[in-house]
Design a protein around this ligand. Sequence first.
Ligand code: SF4
Length: 224
Amino acid sequence: MNKAQLIKRVEDILKILNREYPEARTHLDFSSPFELLVSTVLAAQCTDVRINLVMPPLYKKIYKGPKDILKDGIENFTNNIKSITFFNSKAKSIIGMCEMLVNDFGGKVPGTIEELTKLPGVGRKSASVVLGNCFGQKDVIIVDTHLKRVSGRLGLIENDNPEKIETELKEIVPSEQQYNYSLKIGEHGRVICDAKKPKCEECFLNNICPSKNLLTKQNKKAKK
Ligand code: SF4
């Protein structure tokens, strides 16, 4: 497919996804950029459900900002998040992040991708989540596992590397729609286009999707 055809495909997909998922949003609970930043870093290779169980009570009670985590110390912080996967290494990153927030950013979460990705533990994905949700930035692509899988199945990307995926999608998704695309595709991945058992037969993108027949056949074979 050439670029113009891919742009048209994205347009068609977005029309349908906007209709089907008008309320799509991030699944992490937060009430400030700091909370979302911490929760996003902790959510890597863990579930949003687990993070939402553990973190909001802690934010409410003790960790209102980076200084509170530093004051509590790494031992207590690690202990408080020990039901989260890779809690030891994540606690170290969060402590480093809080130190940098306090020392270099006046205790506030910065609002650019360059600054955010300087923080320990913060990659482009986490930075984009914060920018899209808290800073109203529309031209961010959040390359998570759902976006990667669903965009690939829809024939929109060829690469496997997150930075290359971001570049590929930024060329075909209008800049003011990139954050919206990330949310809607993520929702579709959760609800219909499951990693192991995509529901192709009931999928409202199946007229557009080049993987439909392939995955439907695979599913039928697996059921036999
Ligand atoms: S048709 Fe199947 S593979 Fe394509 S987007 Fe829908 S669920 Fe995913």
